[in-house]
Design a protein around this ligand. Structure first.
Ligand code: NI
Length: 248
């Protein structure tokens, strides 16, 4: 059985979460980690984790940099003691649409890294067109975790691995014209975990359709083929990897 280590099963995207969970279970996905991004989704995470198959992370995403309030960060901190909240995320830096807010994004990111260090919880990191700043921020704190939706170069991958991070691999690996396949080919399986990032990044051959946790199997099968391992071995190795970073 596999774990979808990063998905957003929120009302904004789905009105059939119960069905999604059943569907996941029927497709060899028995655990899911839902990732909050703002106050509304963080509140939903706290509801979703009442399902026994679901774990959660709470965080303020860099896209919220203009909208978040201090009380949102306080709410996050107050709920870290919940045993099914297993990390702070998704947090990080995203310069794709908004370079002007660099400093403010770094401030928000570092605030949450500081919390992770203080409470000794891992982090789920979002980094888009911001590799150097992400690495510099992470290096300032004693934190571990996962680089979610990793799609960088082999060199970047090795920097993160040296720092003790895992790489979250999703449907992007199945896309044509993407170098992630070549990077993952050269990386030991002990360094990766699987995620869908549902509802986004639907793997081939379902691109254009809504993504959901059961599609972990399309990503898994792609990696099995790429790395020459069985489903059973890939599940075993990735579950061990998850256990190294997350307390689930
Ligand atoms: Ni995400």
């Amino acid at each position: 059985m596999f774990c979808d280590t990063h998905c957003h099963l929120f009302k904004e995207y789905y009105d059939d979460v119960e069905e999604l969970i059943r569907n996941a279970y029927q497709n060899n996905v028995d655990r899911m980690i839902v990732s909050g991004c703002d106050m509304a989704s963080n509140r939903e995470v706290l509801e979703l984790i009442k399902h026994k198959e679901i774990f959660g992370t709470l965080g303020i995403h860099p896209e919220e940099v203009h909208d978040y309030k201090q009380e949102d960060l306080d709410f996050l901190e107050e709920n870290l003691s919940n045993s099914k909240i297993i990390a702070i995320g998704e947090i990080g830096l995203d310069y794709h649409y908004d370079k002007e807010s660099k400093e403010k994004q770094i401030e928000l990111f570092e605030y949450q890294l500081k919390l992770a260090e203080k409470y000794k919880v891992p982090v789920v990191v979002h980094s888009r067109e911001a590799t150097n700043d992400t690495i510099n921020c992470l290096k300032k704190y004693q934190v571990k975790g996962v680089i979610h939706s990793f799609s960088g170069s082999l060199e970047t991958a090795n920097i993160y691995l040296k720092m003790g991070f895992l790489l979250g691999v999703n449907g992007v690996i199945t896309f044509k014209n993407c170098n992630l396949k070549e990077v993952i080919e050269r990386i030991d399986l002990s360094n990766i975990i699987l995620e869908t990032d549902s509802p986004y990044l639907t793997p081939v051959p379902f691109r254009g359709k809504r993504n959901e946790p059961s599609r972990i199997m399309n990503i898994a099968d792609f990696i099995c083929e790429l790395k020459g391992v069985s489903r059973e071995n890939l599940a075993k190795i990735t579950n061990q990897n998850i256990g190294r970073v997350f307390d689930i």
